[in-house]
Design a protein around this ligand. Structure first.
Ligand SMILES: [Zn+2]
Length: 344
């Protein structure tokens, strides 16, 4: 049986759907889960949510070192080193398609230095204040099911602005923060090539990878995997090419890796939908087979005691089914009274 990779769904999202994005995604949750991601193309009005003044972007201070792991030619380690200016080579070659990228990676014991990635702290290209009926990027975690954990908890889910400084910059294989959902907006620059393992396929991948490569930990080692290995394992992965102005919604519980054609500027934020809490990955998000504590994950973990059928259904009725809500009698308000304090 040959395992094909399929491209994910691309949807031109209307303004009213964008404004009520959580409701829209909730309605399409099974689609999202199955595909691992969907791509949304917003209307030109989306640009009104962005700042008009340019921000200060730091110069590249690191460089990525790519190396094959052992003799296994389908797994690469990605190390980020401080930039030694003598070593820096100005690369202007574009990655014309994803096939070329994989051919350019080093063989054997060779290493290759490629463009790096910087996180631009405390900066966002999205406006902090928008009109009531507009999509509010920064409020996404607070309005999502994460609100059951309270405002203080949600504060750790602020947005992250990222700059890839040149061609073939690599975002290694990783899961979303706490296996939640992620909205990733491509602000400007060239293409970003993504490979996504939907949560349904992830267990199979994790098991096969651990069995075959017990010394490598996906959570603690920065690795990049040639899609030929996914094919070898018969993992149904997805591919997506993200252009500037496009939104990628990454589903909870997935694994993803990506690389860039050239410089890009993108921004992401995490949030939750009900399926996150019916997923064993969320429950076990801090555990990995190498048993090292997740040192890179300094976020307070989600108190799952706050999420049970009653509280989740209450949230869904109050916030994700507005049309139904309007037609219901007043007993609903009573049922969801526990949410009111959280909402304040
Ligand atoms: Zn580990």
């Amino acid at each position: 049986m040959s395992i094909e990779s399929f491209d994910i769904l691309t949807i031109e999202i209307k303004d009213n759907e964008m404004n009520d994005l959580l409701e829209y995604l909730y309605q399409n949750e099974s689609l999202l889960k199955e595909n691992g991601a969907i791509k949304l193309i917003p209307t030109s009005n989306f640009k009104n949510l962005l700042k008009k003044t340019p921000i200060n972007i730091p110069l590249c201070s690191t460089i990525q070192e790519v190396k094959q792991i052992h003799n296994e030619n389908l797994i690469y380690s990605i190390k980020t080193n401080s930039l030694n200016e003598n070593k820096e080579k100005k690369e202007n070659n574009l990655i014309n398609d994803d096939e070329i990228f994989w051919l350019l990676l080093p063989n054997g014991s060779n290493t290759q230095h490629i463009s790096s990635i910087s996180q631009i702290n405390s900066q966002s290209l999205f406006l902090k204040r928008v009109q009531r009926d507009q999509f509010d990027f920064h409020q996404l975690p607070f309005k999502s099911l994460l609100k059951l954990s309270g405002k203080k908890f949600c504060n750790q889910y602020s947005s992250t602005l990222i700059k890839a400084h040149g061609p073939a910059a690599i975002f290694p294989l990783s899961s979303n923060k706490q296996n939640l959902y992620q909205l990733n907006y491509h602000h400007e620059g060239r293409l970003r090539y993504w490979y996504i393992i939907p949560s349904e396929e992830r267990k199979k991948f994790d098991d096969l990878f651990t069995e075959n490569h017990p010394s490598i930990c996906i959570k603690h080692d920065e690795i990049l995997i040639d899609p030929l290995l996914f094919q070898k394992y018969e993992i149904k992965y997805k591919r997506v090419i993200q252009n500037s102005g496009e939104i990628l919604i990454l589903s909870g519980g997935i694994l993803s890796q990506s690389f860039t054609q050239h410089e890009i500027l993108c921004e992401s934020i995490h949030f939750s939908l009900p399926s996150c809490f019916y997923n064993e990955l969320t429950v076990n998000s801090s555990v990995c087979h190498c048993k090292l504590s997740a040192s890179s994950n300094q976020d307070e973990s989600i108190d799952l005691n706050l999420y049970n059928d009653e509280t989740i259904q209450g949230y869904i009725q109050k916030y994700l089914q507005l049309n139904i809500h309007q037609n219901k009698d007043s007993t609903l308000d009573k049922d969801t009274s526990f949410l009111i304090n959280i909402n304040e």
